[in-house]
Design a protein around this ligand. Structure first.
Ligand code: GAP
Length: 458
């Protein structure tokens, strides 16, 4: 963390926007909320799906060397003995003898309670895995854990994937899914919660080529955030010190984002060596060897792991996209979300609720919704409706006015520049497609024109 923070955005504004517009709500809010658990509302669920789909597209769909997996959350308890989580996945916890608040001792600056200044207990190790029971009997033999990372599902399926896909090294397995950690200190909205989602790749390589692949994934993953529209100056790489390295890691870099509370981890990229496959071979008694057809050698692959948080990516996208602009006597709040991430791609706005206009606008709405998430809004002035769409990051609004009924043309208004063009309704879908894919707003289809009149108002 540092003292540098982005200017216009702070966490209160992001939380307020998310609650006001239905991106994210506290979990079980009517009961007072559940600490560090969050519900994604109608817009949040779209944003989150778009983040995950963009990741999946980049790391699975568009590559020959990575395939997907969806392993179960509950795994055989031996998994966690082998992975080292039963023994080592613990934080040092201290409790205040006065107010009984609990803290991670490695995050405290002094030796007193940060809340009341009281005396603290000696640190004890607190395991972060959530425990539950499999079946009707609550006994030690039926204990299972909610997975604290998706990674282990990929390690234990290594041989299944090799045998069924005939993939040869180097190749990766990718997975998106929930993970659970009984974190001692949570906070900063969805940055650190007890239930969250991860997007992880386990990339299996020949020992000796691991350094090269580690550097490859570092660059690849950093660029993914840049392609999502996150500003380069808000991203940095940070190498873990020897003391910080997890028990399984030979080397690790974090991709940090400059969140409102300071630089913090968005994704970790680790060289896990052969730690995981060796451990699972030992604990399961099954071979984790790989046979190289070319060199005729047997060996245990090394693993490069880019491990990203879905919720942290959502938060970074929201923080990075948030903007405020003076707008007459008010402030225009807008999200400069990349079109691929925007929950709603296009809003259809009839200029009035009068019948012939509504019919025409509804027809356009019905047609466009077959291709994208579209919103239809006819409440209040057109200016207010534009602002509502700006605030949720909708890249384009399509306005249908009385002239549209005569000339069969509609107006497209762009979120960031507020510029407008007028085009034939017949080419609306293709024009929007091109613009959502990044074509400039002023590349006009045949018959289109720059619409100057509306630009004054907005
Ligand atoms: N398999 C490796 C692994 O799980 P990690 O650094 O503990 O590594 C990877 O977690 C990513 O998961 C983090 O970079 C972060 O984005 C996300 N993450 C971890 N703990 C989280 C939490 N409590 N809340 C939200 N996201 C979390």
């Amino acid at each position: 963390m540092t003292e540098e923070t982005p200017t216009k955005v702070n966490m209160e504004k992001i939380v307020s926007l998310c609650q006001r517009r239905g991106f994210i709500f506290p979990s079980s809010e009517i009961y007072g909320g559940l600490s560090s658990c969050w519900d994604y509302g109608p817009l949040g669920v779209e944003l989150k799906r778009n983040v995950k789909e963009t990741w999946w597209r980049a790391v699975v769909q568009e590559r020959d060397d990575v395939i997907g997996l969806d392993a179960s959350i509950l795994m055989h308890p031996r998994t966690w003995a082998a992975s080292g989580h039963l023994e080592g996945f613990a934080d040092p916890l201290v409790e205040c003898k006065g107010c009984h608040l609990r803290w991670r001792s490695d995050e405290l600056e002094g030796d007193r309670c940060p809340s009341c200044g009281g005396e603290l207990t000696e640190p004890r190790l607190f395991n972060l895995m959530f425990k539950t029971f499999m079946g009707p009997v609550e006994e030690e033999a039926s204990v299972v854990y909610l997975r604290p990372e998706t990674a282990q599902g990929m390690f234990v399926n290594f041989q299944n994937v090799v045998n069924t896909t005939r993939k040869r090294l180097p190749f990766g397995i990718a997975q998106i899914g929930k993970a659970f950690r009984n974190e001692i200190t949570t906070g900063n909205f969805i940055f650190r919660s007890r239930e969250f989602e991860q997007m992880e790749i386990e990339f299996f390589v020949k020992p000796g080529s691991d350094e090269e692949w580690f550097n490859y994934w570092l660059e690849e993953r950093l660029n993914w955030y840049v392609k999502l529209g996150i500003k380069k100056e808000n991203l940095r790489l940070r190498e873990h010190t020897k003391e910080e390295l997890a028990h399984y890691a030979r080397k690790c870099f974090d991709i940090d984002y400059l969140f409102p509370m300071g630089w913090s981890e968005l994704e970790g990229i680790a060289n896990r060596g052969d730690f995981d496959l060796v451990q699972h071979a030992k604990y399961s008694g099954k071979s984790m060897d790989y046979f190289d057809d070319e060199t005729k050698e047997h060996f245990i692959p090394y693993i490069i792991e880019p491990s990203a948080g879905v919720d942290r990516s959502v938060l970074a996208c929201l923080c990075d996209a948030y903007d405020e602009e003076p707008d007459k006597d008010e402030i225009r709040v807008l999200l400069h979300l990349h079109p691929n991430l925007a929950p709603i791609k296009v809003a259809v706005l009839p200029l009035s609720r009068r019948e012939p206009l509504v019919k025409a606008a509804k027809e356009i709405y019905a047609d466009l919704r077959q291709h994208w998430m579209i919103s239809y809004d006819d409440a209040q002035s057109i200016g207010r409706r534009y602002r509502r769409q700006d605030e949720i990051g909708t890249p384009f609004c399509v306005t249908v006015d009385f002239q549209s009924l005569e000339d069969n043309q509609v107006t497209i208004r762009e979120r960031d520049s507020m510029n407008q063009i007028r085009i034939p309704a017949a080419v609306l879908k293709d024009t929007l497609q091109a613009k959502l894919e990044g074509e400039d707003l002023f590349v006009l289809p045949p018959g289109g024109q720059i619409w100057l009149e509306e630009k004054k108002g907005a």
